[in-house]
Design a protein around this ligand. Structure first.
Ligand code: HEM
Length: 117
């Protein structure tokens, strides 16, 4: 399941950038945006499925999950604001900062790779 989670968020982030550049260059990006939204659901679902089997480090797992949802919220806000040609700076800042925190927490927690443990 951890590999499904890693696949889901890597693909989600890549397609997020693809969708962003499509909106930016004035292309029709609605369908791609829907694919990214489907990946949000997969990221959350795989995250929750991993979580249901762990019973340790509740504080760090709690922060990891809230952070993960925050990253997704920031991605969605960047895409929606870009599609409406509105300012996205505040959401890009949240995306970058919280993504770094979430990557750190994910790689610090015991499952999968743990270089920061
Ligand atoms: C874009 C958003 C997200 C990113 C970039 C992300 C990233 C990561 C990374 C890097 C790991 C560690 C993988 C490894 O150790 O090999 C991980 C694990 C995990 N993620 Fe996420 N995640 C995101 C969203 C979520 C969400 C929304 C949830 C929960 C609803 C969640 C729950 C978990 C759990 C429970 C683990 C296992 C932690 C461990 O013990 O290593 N993640 N995630």
């Amino acid at each position: 399941m951890i590999h499904m989670h890693i696949t889901a968020w890597s693909l989600g982030i890549i397609l997020f950038f693809v969708t962003y550049s499509m909106y930016k260059s004035g292309k029709q990006a609605k369908a791609m945006h829907m694919v990214v939204r489907l990946l949000y659901i997969l990221i959350i679902a795989t995250g929750l499925l991993i979580y249901k089997d762990v019973h340790w480090m509740p504080m760090l797992y709690g922060m990891k999950m809230l952070g993960g949802i925050w990253v997704i919220a920031a991605m969605e806000m960047v895409l929606v604001k870009t599609s409406k040609q509105k300012a996205t700076g505040a959401f890009w800042a949240q995306f970058v900062i919280v993504l770094l925190v979430v990557l750190y927490l994910g790689l610090r927690l015991p499952l999968g790779f743990s270089p920061f443990a």
